[in-house]
Design a protein around this ligand. Structure first.
Ligand code: HEM
Ligand code: HEM
Length: 268
């Protein structure tokens, strides 16, 4: 089995991607390609419409609160926003876990890690399970202490899983990284879910203000996700193009930066 190092996509020289020729066989690449084409569907079809609905209800909840009894808006708008907010948190963490699982398990398959290091594979599976369990318990938790504990555990689970091999983090360009934006927005959603009972209990509106500021940042991050996600789609080569694309020069310091080897035309 041939082994080697290539730069994964057009990221800077900082990170390299270890591959085996085995991992590039037709079947694995084919499934990966289906994933990359299908992956954004859940976000485009489900997450982004949820964001739109949550924002609309948030705006109405605010209008109603500011107008008081004079408002023509029904009192249910606040509650509808919370219901959509809960769905949104679950959906965002769901797509992040799916995306991470794709990168991590693809790497496990490519390096046949379950044979070389089965304990590590088991640990990764346990981390997926415990992150999902922590989020489920966060939905149920009532007391502030437990909400804090399960929110922290959910966040920690995402960090540990996001640090695994196979996840394309683009750390050199963290400020435009799809991964870092995705993790940041997940934290904000988890935080919103953890503090929402405090918004109602707090008469000084402190938590409400914190919620508004943080979720406006979350909105900007969602916009960033749509841009960086589309860029990811463009950057990932099709399986039959990979072997050629990865021979190109991605080193910005090199005089041959952004050049690819010349190929001879196929015989007629
Ligand atoms: C796209 C993300 C979100 C944005 C932009 C957003 C924004 C807002 C805004 C502007 C308000 C009105 C504040 C006011 O009364 O002045 C609000 C209220 C609220 N939000 Fe969110 N929010 C988001 C997600 C969430 C999530 C994920 C949850 C939790 C599950 C949540 C829970 C609440 C609660 C409990 C209220 C108070 C509603 C009421 O007064 O009845 N929000 N939000
Ligand atoms: C709610 C918004 C979104 C979140 C939270 C999110 C989160 C993530 C995360 C955490 C990853 C794994 C890290 C990585 O491999 O880069 C990922 C991968 C990916 N996302 Fe998204 N994403 C979102 C929206 C989108 C959109 C709108 C698109 C496309 C139009 C997209 C396309 C992709 C693709 C193609 C990958 C795998 C390729 C790769 O970057 O390695 N995502 N996403």
């Amino acid at each position: 089995m041939q082994e080697g190092n290539v730069q994964q996509r057009s990221k800077s020289t900082v990170e390299t991607y270890t591959f085996t020729s085995h991992s590039r066989d037709c079947h694995a690449s084919q499934s990966q390609r289906y994933y990359f084409t299908a992956a954004p569907c859940d976000r485009i079809f489900f997450v982004f419409p949820l964001i739109g609905m949550a924002i609309k209800m948030a705006w109405q909840a605010r209008q109603r609160r500011l107008a008081g009894a004079k408002s023509k808006l029904p009192p249910s708008v606040g509650l509808e926003h919370v219901t959509l907010g809960k769905w949104l948190t679950g959906a965002v963490i769901g797509v992040v876990l799916l995306a991470l699982a794709n990168g991590i398990f693809d790497n496990i398959l490519a390096l046949q890690l379950w044979q070389k290091d089965p304990f590590k594979v088991l640990l990764i599976i346990l981390f997926f399970a415990s992150t999902i369990a922590s989020l489920a318990l966060l939905y149920q938790a009532k007391q502030r202490l437990w909400r804090g504990i399960f929110a922290t555990l959910s966040g920690m689970g995402l960090i540990v899983l996001g640090s695994q091999d196979g996840v394309y983090r683009n750390t050199g360009n963290w400020y435009i990284s799809h991964y870092y934006y995705g993790i940041a927005v997940s934290f904000l959603m988890i935080f919103a879910l953890a503090i929402f009972p405090d918004i109602y209990q707090d008469r000084s509106y402190r938590w409400r203000k914190v919620h508004i500021v943080l979720n406006c940042i979350a909105l900007l991050l969602f916009v960033g996700q749509s841009i960086t996600g589309a860029r990811s789609l463009l950057e990932i080569p099709l399986s039959w193009q990979e072997s050629y694309i990865y021979q190109c020069n991605f080193n910005p310091a090199s005089p041959n930066y952004k050049t690819c080897p010349t190929i001879s035309a196929p015989p007629k």
